[in-house]
Design a protein around this ligand. Structure first.
Ligand SMILES: [Zn+2]
Length: 129
């Protein structure tokens, strides 16, 4: 499974391009668990907007654990939150930066809240190869 998604270095002349492919061969990314989970989250969100519950099912991690990763990814602008919404009065929790589902609507006190969803910050299917 080797693809070229890490080619962010953009060398412009031929000489350094051959040097770059040498560098790539030696490159070993440490298999850090957190990074792997975040990559998995991002990969899924490139194709679908998902709630934390859906991510939890797909990845097999607890929602609690995923919240940490989601907060990190939102903080680094890799993800965007689609805000939670009150299903009764339509109040949108726009100002809410937290990734967690709000308890109740501040406007009508209703607890039927459409969960916040997450989406990749980058445009879909626009990979610069
Ligand atoms: Zn409401």
């Amino acid at each position: 499974m080797s693809h070229r998604s890490r080619a962010g270095l953009n060398f412009s002349n031929d000489v350094s391009q051959s040097r770059y492919s040498d560098m790539k061969k030696q490159e070993k990314i440490p298999e850090e668990r957190n990074v792997t989970i975040r990559q998995e989250v991002l990969r899924l969100l490139e194709y679908d907007d998902l709630t934390v519950g859906e991510l939890s099912k797909k990845i097999g991690k607890s929602e609690k654990e995923l919240y940490d990763h989601l907060e990190h990814l939102v903080g680094s602008k890799s993800l965007v939150i689609i805000p939670a919404e009150c299903l009764k009065c339509g109040y949108i929790f726009e100002k809410r930066e937290k990734v967690k589902k709000p308890g109740k609507c501040p406007q009508c006190k209703n607890t039927y809240i459409k969960q916040p969803m997450f989406t990749a910050a980058k445009p879909r299917f626009n990979r610069s190869a």
